[in-house]
Design a protein around this ligand. Structure first.
Ligand SMILES: [Fe+2]
Ligand SMILES: [Fe+2]
Length: 153
């Protein structure tokens, strides 16, 4: 299965968010490599963990930035994030609980589609609302990063 490649049509025009999306793509590609190379459950499990952690972190950042720019469909977008979180946790639980309960193909098919579809179909909708709001978005982003760093320590 080919790797997901970053292309300009995936850009939402906001640097902090594009950086997150690129990182998520690279984690999905790492997950694919670890599965295809048969690296074993422990390695696959830890890449899957990192992917879920960063996805949830990214959703938090994105939701705050949508809020700051007054995006009117914030609640609907949050619901879509919640649904994706459920799907990702279900895949992770099935993988960690009983590896035989989930086909590796199912993991790869889901991972290879959800992010690019979500970026193009859902994230793209907030892009126009974030135009010309660099100052406010940067402030929100800094607050979010500081808050998350505080949570860890
Ligand atoms: Fe999103
Ligand atoms: Fe996103």
């Amino acid at each position: 299965m080919p790797h997901i490649k970053w292309t300009n049509d995936l850009s939402v025009g906001i640097q902090a968010i594009d950086i997150d999306h690129k990182l998520l793509i690279s984690l999905i590609n790492q997950l694919q490599d670890s599965i295809e190379e048969g690296l074993g459950d422990k390695t696959i499990g830890s890449v899957l963990n990192a992917l879920l952690d960063y996805t949830f972190y990214h959703f938090g950042r994105e939701e705050l930035m949508m809020q700051v720019c007054g995006f009117p469909d914030l609640e609907q977008h949050k619901k879509i994030h919640e649904k994706l979180k459920e799907n990702l946790l279900d895949i992770q639980n099935r993988f960690l609980g009983d590896h035989a309960a989930i086909e590796e193909k199912e993991i790869l098919d889901f991972m290879n589609n959800w992010l690019t579809e979500h970026i193009k179909g859902t994230d793209a909708k907030y892009a126009p609302y974030m135009e010309n709001k660099e100052g406010a978005l940067e402030k929100a982003n800094t607050e979010f990063t500081d808050q998350m760093a505080g949570d860890v320590t």
